[in-house]
Design a binder for this molecule. Structure first.
Ligand code: ADP
Ligand code: ASP
Ligand code: MG
Length: 554
């Protein structure tokens, strides 16, 4: 048995849904007994959040309901045969009417509780999954829509609910046993509490839904179908040279995703790990690519680390004072307090003098954390044994991850050298006790540069890239472009060096292309597509700090 989970972009367009259909058909015909789990169409969960907030703020939401309707209806029109469309429109319309009623309730109350928000968000998954079930039914008559909130039971921690394992297991077993021949098409992300009120499993939680179904049914594999070629060495939106990893251990995947690699939701690894079910991350838009396999063992890769991830927005709080020295239980008291109030501490560092503890939290939690500390440690503060902590903002966490790290000396040296050489100041450092990860806190402004330079440092066997900016396209400039074009292949093959001209300008026009300007056609391109030349702007773009090896020619 297989659980196939398709994320937002995989259900977001006609093209991706055609690919999804082929993948599911193949698995069904293969007798894999697949169960399909789907997310809301991409962008819909964010839109629903905005609509719920708008309703509470007395702002209109009807236009957005229409937008959601159109995005689903357009797909139905393209992928469901005309004679079958009407009942699908009717059911979708019913759900949209319910959503409108809920939003009207929020509008009338002028307030949005976490409970109502979960109810609003649930429509994203219900609408898309119903639509996907009906699309699949066109070719697989056994396809059946399943609202997972009837089967995944949780506590009442709205927005990030915790699983009631025993009850969920019972319900999933009976669902599957009473529908042995069906192709179940299940909503991701949503669940319900003991009173039957809608809850959700946390943003990105559809991956977790897939793992819950898989572990309860002892599936052979969980396939997470998304829009990239598996787990990459870094976030491909920031590090252009990031490449796909063939395999990872559960721990490595957990650490990378915990520190921001959103391609998989961290809790997903827990049920999979407990039952030793492999997770394979694959690309709906390139289904022939094998993707990344997450399993028990970490394989021996030729690189000392597996990947780099980052959380772009954190705040840090530094608690210090003489009252902490030698006081056993101080940190216990501090972190129990934060945990009790549901404040997630992203990482902790303590100096060896025991004189201070620094910890990182999500910026939204920082003020509350200070208030809690102020009241819990009121006496210590009054006696000046503790200094009132302050919040430092606009920071990011960068983490390098890999099980082989502990066997390889010099890893932190390499990390700090790469950061230092690029002028990146490290505000705090934390090494997990597992030695599978080293995290540093840096300024948010430095994050893109830091990720790229650390990536270059650890994956140096890859080709190096020299990014070139040039001024002047007269004789010398033209000759240089010709030479670069002539030598491009040779340098790549023999020196592992790729030279890219990222920006060029003459006195009238300038053009930029972060993937490299086409050197065969630069002249036309500059004339036809160039912006008006502006030296200050040119220099600003050149300084835009994502390029680590940079060359300027004039
Ligand atoms: P889905 O909607 O399929 O669940 P997500 O948007 O949740 O997809 O996750 C996929 C995205 O995660 C990718 O498009 C990519 O931009 C981002 N991402 C961040 N870090 C990584 C990484 N290390 N490897 C792969 N993708 C990453
Ligand atoms: N739709 C939900 C979200 O955007 C769940 C998911 O995509 O996994 O967070
Ligand atoms: Mg996701």
């Amino acid at each position: 048995m297989k659980v196939l989970k398709f994320g937002g972009t995989s259900v977001g367009s006609v093209e991706s849904l055609q690919s999804l259909t082929k993948i599911v058909q193949q698995s069904f015909l293969n007798n894999d007994h697949p169960i399909v789990v789907t997310s809301a169409m991409s962008g819909i969960t964010n839109l629903l959040t905005q609509m719920a907030e708008n309703a509470a703020d007395q702002k209109a939401f009807d236009h957005d309901i229409k937008l959601i309707e159109t995005s689903h209806f357009d797909i139905v029109k393209s992928l469901i045969s005309i004679q079958n469309q009407n009942p699908v429109f009717t059911k979708l319309k019913l759900m949209l009417n319910e959503l409108e009623d809920v939003l009207q309730g929020i509008f009338a109350l002028k307030e949005l509780s976490l409970q109502s928000k979960d109810l609003v968000l649930s429509y994203g998954e219900k609408l898309s999954t119903f639509m996907v079930a009906k699309i699949l039914e066109e070719s697989i008559s056994q396809a059946m829509f399943v609202d997972a909130s009837h089967y995944i039971k949780t506590d009442s921690n709205f927005g990030n609910a915790n699983l009631n394992e025993a009850l969920t297991n019972q319900l999933i077993q009976s669902l599957v046993h009473s529908n042995p021949d069906k192709l179940l098409v299940v909503t991701g992300f949503i669940s319900s509490n003991d009173k039957g009120r809608m809850t959700t499993l946390g943003r990105g939680g559809s991956d977790y839904t897939a793992a819950i179904f898989a572990s309860n049914l002892n599936a052979d594999v969980i396939e997470i179908w998304t829009d990239v070629n598996g787990m990459l060495t870094a976030d491909p939106r920031i590090v252009k040279k990031a490449f796909s990893l063939p395999s990872l251990s559960y721990t490595e995947a957990m650490e990378l995703s915990y520190f921001g690699a959103k391609v998989i939701y961290p809790p997903t690894m827990i049920p999979a790990f407990m039952k030793k079910i492999p997770i394979v991350i694959r690309n709906t838009f390139q289904p022939e690519f094998e993707g990344t396999k997450i399993q028990f063992e970490s394989d021996q890769s030729k690189f000392p680390i597996k990947g780099i991830s980052s959380i772009s927005d954190v705040s840090i709080i530094n608690v210090s004072g003489s009252g902490m020295i030698g006081k056993t239980g101080f940190s216990g008291r501090l972190f129990t307090l934060l945990a009790r109030e549901q404040i997630n501490v992203i990482l902790i560092t303590q100096s060896s003098s025991e004189h201070s503890i620094t910890f990182a939290v999500h910026p939204n939690d920082a003020k509350k954390a200070i208030q809690l500390i102020s009241s819990e440690f009121e006496l210590e503060l009054e006696a000046t044994k503790l200094i009132l902590p302050e919040i430092e903002e606009n920071l990011s966490v960068l983490a390098i991850v890999g099980e082989n790290m502990k066997k390889t000396p010099g890893i932190s040296g390499k990390l700090f050298h790469a950061l230092g050489r690029n002028g990146i100041n490290v505000r705090a450092i934390a090494q997990g006790s597992s030695e599978f990860n080293i995290s540093v806190i840096i300024s948010k402004n430095d994050l893109a540069k830091a990720l790229n330079s650390v990536h270059d440092a650890f994956f140096a066997e890859l080709k190096k890239t020299l990014n070139v900016f040039t001024l002047g396209t007269g004789n010398i400039g033209t000759t240089m472009f010709r030479q670069l074009e002539d030598q491009h292949h040779f340098l790549l093959e023999n020196n592992d060096l790729e030279i890219k001209v990222i920006g060029t300008s003459n006195s009238r026009k300038m053009i930029f292309n972060e993937n490299g300007i086409d050197l065969k056609d630069w002249k036309n391109n500059l004339e036809e597509n160039g912006e008006i030349a502006d030296l200050t702007n040119f220099i600003e773009r050149m300084k835009k700090n994502e390029f680590t090896k940079l060359c300027f020619h004039r």
